[in-house]
Design a protein around this ligand. Structure first.
Ligand code: ES4
Ligand code: ZN
Length: 324
């Protein structure tokens, strides 16, 4: 089964590059940048990764990102992610980055984007893995800050595939960003949003109706609303599901109770992704293995999940066809 999973060509559609910062790399970047970190050892960092909800995790994740200072840091971070993912059979990745996490501490948009683009180019040459960038707005910040971020990204928009929405979901509904997403659409950008991770099915409706999303990140809570499930299935909407993340953030009790196969049975175009692999216990291969064993998935179901990842990607149809 492990060999079958590793051999499946996959796309990863839900990955926060800042969430791929491994503790070892955190120490390395801290040392080379002269930044202090509140941990004595790699083991102490890993021990701190126990979360009871999304906010618990976000507090630690934003603190960890403080070691990222230079273009080289962002390049090395991305390259390490692509190397691990390529080993898991990932052929294409559409990666999120959170510019506001960096611009708010004085790191320029150019530093972040140039570093990530350099890592992406090098990964394509070295590992044959293609990739695209998705700029995420932090939803706990206001609309004005999101507009400012979109303006700062203007010089790079021809190299950014789309915009997304992440961070603290409860209390920050998609409606708060309807105008920013409309502006992004006018610039020809794709749109995705985290919705129905901790928030209610109503937030998924808003993401569809007010943000006009091309893809839904998580979307688990859609299962509470049968009419919404029918709508998502009929429209062929892709859900970027993150099994180990769901368990770590206590949105699903155990991996054995994960609804990934129920989603497939309901006709939803579900995919398997790692979200924040350094924090949640594994890269995309580990997520496939977790649901394969936890839910007893068949090879056919696993192949459907992998196929869905290309169908739901932002690759042009001709490129999708080469992966199927
Ligand atoms: C995130 Cl798991 C998750 N949810 C929302 N926002 C995020 N940013 C990074 N990981
Ligand atoms: Zn996420």
């Amino acid at each position: 089964m492990d060999a079958f999973i590793a051999g499946l060509p996959k796309a990863e559609l839900h990955l926060h590059i800042e969430g791929s910062l491994e503790p070892e790399q955190m120490f390395e970047f801290a040392r080379r940048n002269g930044v202090a970190i509140p941990y004595d050892s790699v083991e102490a960092v890993r021990a701190a990764y126990r979360f009871s909800n999304l906010q618990d995790f976000l507090d630690i994740y934003y603190a960890g990102a403080d070691v990222l200072r230079t273009e080289a840091d962002f390049r090395d971070l991305a390259l390490a992610y692509f190397e691990r993912s390529a080993a898991d059979g990932v052929r294409h990745a559409e990666i999120f980055f959170d510019p506001q996490t960096h611009t708010h501490r004085g790191i320029a948009m150019a530093t972040v984007v140039k570093g990530l683009l350099a890592g992406m180019a090098e990964a394509e040459t070295r590992f044959g893995i293609t990739s695209q960038l998705i700029l995420c707005f932090l939803r706990h910040l206001d609309e004005e800050d999101a507009f400012k971020t979109l303006a700062e990204a203007e010089p790079w928009l021809d190299r950014i595939a789309g915009v997304g929405l992440d961070s603290s979901e409860l209390g920050h509904p998609p409606s708060k960003f309807a105008r920013v997403f409309a502006a992004a659409a006018e610039k020809g950008l794709k749109r995705v949003a985290h919705a129905g991770e901790e928030g209610p099915a109503a937030y998924v409706h808003e993401a569809l109706d007010l943000l006009q999303v091309d893809r839904l990140d998580h979307g688990n809570r859609s299962l509470d609303d049968p009419a919404l499930v029918t709508r998502l299935a009929r429209s062929g909407m892709t859900l970027t599901v993150c099994p180990l993340s769901n368990v770590k953030l206590c949105n699903v009790e155990t991996i054995d109770a994960h609804p990934i196969d129920r989603m497939l049975e309901l006709g939803l175009r579900a995919t398997v992704n790692s979200d924040d692999p350094a924090y949640f216990g594994g890269y995309v291969g580990e997520n496939y293995r977790a649901v394969a064993y936890g839910r007893g998935l068949t090879k056919q179901q696993l192949a459907t999940l992998a196929r869905n990842s290309f169908l739901g990607s932002f690759l042009p149809d001709e490129a999708v066809a080469t992966h199927l």
